[in-house]
Design a binder for this molecule. Structure first.
Ligand code: RB5
Length: 153
């Protein structure tokens, strides 16, 4: 499994901790930056990671900014991306299981390092369950494609 990871200046320190965590677990990743604390615009980096997931270059993505909000909003504008902002592990597991989320967002100013590692583990160790959830995920895709979700009822 290959993981795309990206962040803004507010999240460099947490990104580095998460990268170390992935390395300790022997997980492959692509770091799309930023690797600087100079103030930058989070959509630039959200876009790079999201495109890598969209194209299949990476299987899943992790994006981090100060709150996790801006970078998740930007990632979710890339078609095919379902990026879930999580502040605890249960949501991270459930968004993989139920929403087939393919990207995880976290807020470096919101959670600590140990919580972030637990969230990453929960996200990466959970699998999409399909079944009754598939129609709902298809509805999300329908909305993304400009269709009304009730067209799938
Ligand atoms: C940067 O100051 C901050 O706005 C950004 O990291 C993020 O929190 C935006 O949603």
């Amino acid at each position: 499994m290959k993981i795309a990871i990206a962040n803004d200046h507010a999240a460099l320190e947490l990104k580095n901790q998460i990268v170390k965590h992935l390395e300790e677990k022997g997980l492959e990743y692509v770091n799309f930056g930023t690797d600087s604390t100079e103030s930058i615009d989070y959509p630039l980096f959200a876009y790079k990671a999201a495109k890598a997931v969209q194209s299949g270059e990476c299987d899943l993505g992790i994006v981090i900014c100060g709150t996790g909000i801006g970078i998740s909003l930007a990632a979710n504008k890339v078609p095919g991306i379902r990026c879930a902002l999580c502040s605890e592990p249960l949501s991270a597991s459930l968004t993989r299981q139920h929403n087939n989320a393919n990207m995880l967002a976290m807020g470096a100013r919101v959670i600590g390092v140990e919580m972030a590692k637990a969230i990453v583990d929960a996200f990466l160790n959970s699998e999409y369950e399909g079944g009754r959830h598939q129609r709902r995920v298809n509805m999300i895709t329908a909305i993304e494609q400009g269709q009304a979700p009730d067209s799938l009822l």
